[in-house]
Design a protein around this ligand. Structure first.
Ligand SMILES: Nc1ncnc2c1ncn2[C@@H]1O[C@H](COP(=O)(O)OP(=O)(O)OP(=O)(O)O)[C@@H](O)[C@H]1O
Ligand SMILES: [Mg+2]
Length: 222
């Protein structure tokens, strides 16, 4: 579904990603892990058209993503849940979710509220006044409102207590099974491998290891 080959990208004259190969298949959950500054966020930004790529290819269902606008990439079916969630914190949960469905004109919130029931009681609440966990649920639900075929989630666990992280992670297999593949960026390797079937380890902009999860918390080389 998503196929990244030999990708190089960066900011201005600074190159961050070097010859990165990565793929995500249908209904799959794939983890992208690595230390601070490895280039995980940069890779997601390259896929969603925020960062220009230099060389290599980026394809989604056989169509090149290079030279497409961010809006065109959303329309192709890719959603990006950014690092730090980036909700419209002064707007209600309902308004945030509706903005997620803006391009598809989707106003049916039922589907995402079923996945994250706590949001149902908070629809008229200002998003910025919710707990971190509820905000992350809202950010993921907003991403799902565009009915994406691929959702990229950057640092799902950032700043959240382990229990709430597990509660959110538990929802990901259902999301994948219903047709939205997930590329999950995490610094918490254990959390990522609790749901991902495959993982890539990014180190200073290069893929240092790629493998299948052989058993829980153990990354075997494919
Ligand atoms: N807008 C930018 N301009 C210039 N350099 C940047 C920019 N954003 C990130 N970088 C640099 O690119 C490198 C990779 O950063 P990136 O944010 O992709 O890493 P990351 O793996 O997501 O790290 P973290 O785990 O801290 O989120 C770092 O050296 C960072 O300083
Ligand atoms: Mg990052």
């Amino acid at each position: 579904m998503l196929e990244v080959k030999n990708l190089s990208a960066g900011y201005g004259r600074v190159q961050v990603l070097w010859d990165v190969d990565l793929a995500v298949g249908e209904r799959e959950i794939v983890a992208l892990v690595g230390p601070n500054g490895a280039g995980k966020t940069t890779l997601l930004r390259a896929v969603s058209g925020i960062v220009r790529t230099r060389t290599g290819s980026l394809e989604f269902r056989g169509r090149s993503l290079r030279c497409r606008s961010i809006e065109q990439i959303v329309d192709l079916g890719i959603a990006h849940v950014p690092e730090g969630r980036r909700l419209f914190s002064g707007l209600t949960v309902r308004a945030n979710l509706n903005l997620g469905g803006w391009r598809t004109k989707d106003t049916d919130l039922e589907r995402v509220l079923e996945l994250f029931p706590p949001l149902g009681q908070r629809l008229e609440q200002v998003a910025g006044s919710m707990s971190g966990g509820e905000q992350q649920m809202c950010a993921i639900a907003r991403g799902l409102m565009s009915q994406p075929e691929l959702m990229m989630i950057d640092e799902l666990s950032l700043g959240l207590a382990p229990l709430i992280v597990d509660e959110i992670l538990e929802r990901l297999p259902d999301i994948a099974a219903s047709g939205t593949s997930i590329l999950l960026v995490e610094q918490d390797v254990d959390a990522a491998l609790s749901v991902a079937e495959r993982a890539y380890v990014l180190e200073t902009g290069r893929v240092a290891l790629a493998g299948k999860r052989v058993q829980e918390n153990y990354l075997g080389i494919a």
